[in-house]
Design a protein around this ligand. Structure first.
Ligand SMILES: *Cc1c(COP(=O)(O)O)cnc(C)c1O
Length: 368
């Protein structure tokens, strides 16, 4: 039986492994493991890639969100609005600076935050909105920015799933005060460990983030403010320096794969396929469909050696961690309903046509 993995990171090794191992050996020989040339060259390359002036790399995506909120001065008694269907890190970063996460339900088509519900969530304590560009498709940024401007709120884009995505020609992470990225290995651009970054056009913000990232100091032992250690190491920056050159190519392979799934599954009445707005350049971090009888569907796929996943099985208001906010079932009806129907199909650049035909054939067969 043909096996199809959800993600196969080894499939990209032939293109990149030798070059990365060469960089690793360069770093090991130099013993410069922190804040060296690989970090600074990746910061330039990624800022350039995102169409912004500055990039500050950190040790993971959660830190990127946390650092951005901290540097923006968000803290106790502040409220920050975010979609209820996202990875928990978006909310955790808000909690970690002492602010309160305020959830908003999602849009049925794009699964991104429903901007028509934003106004109701804004009060005198609201300081910021974090739209999440979920699955690789940007949130409805014109609406988010219009509402934010009208209410004097900051906007921080959680772009952790959207490296290279764009909205009306503008790159994810470049449309607001700053954008946070994760380089977790399975992201469209990933390290061989952990990594993250914040991109911005605001020089004061970039400088402040650099200070906080490195114990509040520009010069060793000269601590201007109380910071912490959120640095990325050189080995991870070396991986990113090599991989960023392939990111557009990998994203277009993901797009091609998504188009093939869409074509092969278009007549299947039982499922809901992903919806893309015409002005959105989707980078397909995930290919998410909706199915009835999901447990049966997942069992069937598993028996046929197809690995699928669920992103995410529980909306954040129903997690134990956020029980303190006092939400109950029914508070976010759309996110709750969709969380029981969504399935992420195998998706990565090197997935073959035969893999996609095989997976799609099994899906059609299941619903016959
Ligand atoms: C991956 C991810 C994060 C966190 O990134 P880490 O590098 O795992 O800390 C935050 N938000 C979203 C939407 C993500 O997908």
């Amino acid at each position: 039986m043909r096996e199809v993995k959800f993600l196969d990171l080894k499939a990209q090794y032939p293109l990149i492994k030798d070059e990365i191992l060469y960089s690793f050996s360069d770093i090991i020989d130099s013993t410069c493991f922190i804040s060296g040339k690989y970090v600074s060259s990746f910061e330039k390359a990624f800022a350039n890639y995102c169409d912004v002036e500055y990039c500050v790399v950190v040790n993971n995506g959660t830190s990127a969100l946390y650092l951005a909120l901290l540097a923006l001065g968000i803290g106790h008694d502040d409220e920050v609005i975010l979609p209820v269907n996202t990875f928990i890190a978006t909310a955790e970063a808000i909690s970690m600076v002492g602010a309160k996460p305020v959830f908003v339900d999602i849009d049925e088509n794009t699964y991104n935050l429903d901007t028509s519900l934003l106004a109701k969530k804004i009060n005198k304590n609201t300081k910021a909105i974090i739209p999440v560009h979920l699955h690789g498709q940007c949130a409805e940024m014109d609406d988010v920015l219009r509402i934010a401007n009208a209410n004097n709120l900051l906007v921080l884009e959680d772009s952790c799933q959207a490296h290279g995505a764009s909205y009306k020609g503008k790159k994810a992470g470049s449309m607001s005060v700053c954008g946070a990225f994760s380089f977790y290995p399975g992201k469209n651009l990933g390290t061989w460990g952990e990594g993250g970054a914040v991109v911005t056009n605001n020089i004061a913000l970039a400088e402040k983030m650099k200070l906080i990232r490195d114990h509040g100091s520009r010069k060793k032992y000269h601590h201007e403010i109380i910071g912490t250690n959120l640095r990325m190491n050189e080995l991870q920056a070396a991986v990113l320096n090599t991989k960023i050159r392939y990111l557009d190519q990998w994203n277009s392979l993901r797009r091609k794969n998504a188009e093939l799934y869409m074509y092969l599954l278009k007549d299947c009445k039982n499922i809901v396929l992903p919806h893309t707005e015409i002005y959105n350049e989707h980078v397909w971090h995930l290919f998410v469909i909706r199915v009835p009888n999901r447990d049966l569907f997942m069992d069937y796929m598993k028996k046929n050696l197809i690995s699928c996943a669920i992103h995410y099985p529980f909306p954040l208001h129903l997690t134990e961690a956020y029980s303190e906010l006092g939400h109950i079932e029914g508070d976010f009806p759309l996110a709750e309903r969709l969380s029981k129907e969504i399935v992420s199909l195998p998706m990565y650049p090197e997935l073959t046509e035969e893999d996609i035909e095989h997976v799609s054939g099994l899906i059609l067969n299941f619903f016959k």
